[in-house]
Design a protein around this ligand. Sequence first.
Ligand code: SF4
Length: 373
Amino acid sequence: LSGIYIHIPFCKQACHYCNFHFSTSLKQKDDLIASIVKEIELTTTFTTKKEVINTLYFGGGTPSILTIEDLSLLLDSLKNKFVFSDTIEITLEANPDDISNDRLQKWKSIGINRFSVGIQTLVEQELRWMNRAHTAKEATECIDKIKQAGFNNFSIDLIYGSPLLSNEDWMKNVHFFINKKVPHISCYALTVEPKTALDKMIVQKKKEAVSTDKQAEQFDLLVRWMKAAGYEQYEISNFAIPGFRSNHNSSYWQGKPYYGFGPSAHSYDGIKRRWNIANNALYIQALQNNQIPFEEEILTTTQQLNEYIMTSLRTIEGLDLAHVSTIFGEKLATEIRIKSTKWGDKIIITNSIIALTDTGKFFADGIAADLFF
Ligand code: SF4
């Protein structure tokens, strides 16, 4: 079973911190949808039989910007090529300002059964600081709308560590959604990516810089609150009430194969990774000429091992040295075990499993990089 990711590269306005591929002009929307349909048709599948798909994820960008007709076109074309499993999880990333009772019913009618809502914060001033398109009122109201429409499986995204977010506001943000019993919450530290509007504003001193100490503190608070509220931290940034993990993202972390369609989307067949061009006009042009514009790399054994180290350490299951030994050899497993001991109380080794402790979780990337080959 594989998963499918579809990248919808359009947004109403540009959030200052964002470095995803998107355009705020919808002029090319219809051509782009037609091109994704073409890409699906032209794709050579991993197996010769019609493959069964377990998860489908519309990400972006802002997929909730699409009309029901656009989404139906994409779904029909996928169903021609693949078999949707009976229990398929179909997630739509949605922004609060796009969520209405009417649209929720329509999304339901075409098979969307999970949402990932970009809330980020309930502090109005911070939403403006980030240049988000929605208001705090829309963010709180959309949760009730989703529930009233009969969806019980959904996720929200929150951001911590911005200069405007006090610990008290952070506590209010998180507890609002805990109290609403939101089944899945993803929380990300505000990252200042090079060349983003936020990066430029910080350089020009128009916005205050981000403090990593504050981020560590707010992450630490978050982990404690979520644990007390009964959420599983099944991946460093992802918390779920038992039974509500994201199947789609879990597959990525387990290294399962997936297809990615649309500009900038990545695909992975277990050995080869390919990524489409991150440019709407060039993507459309190539597909009009029946070409899929992608680059690809074949992962070396070392890259595969490093990737396993990176993703497994971030998950609740941890890094399994027995697995490393079977796939990559006992020598490398032993080397990882020896190297990891220097991280003291940041990791815990139980039998063959290396897992991060709560204090280690904030240093996940550094620890993983240290264990790389
Ligand atoms: S809505 Fe999402 S993808 Fe679009 S600019 Fe904002 S953060 Fe980026």
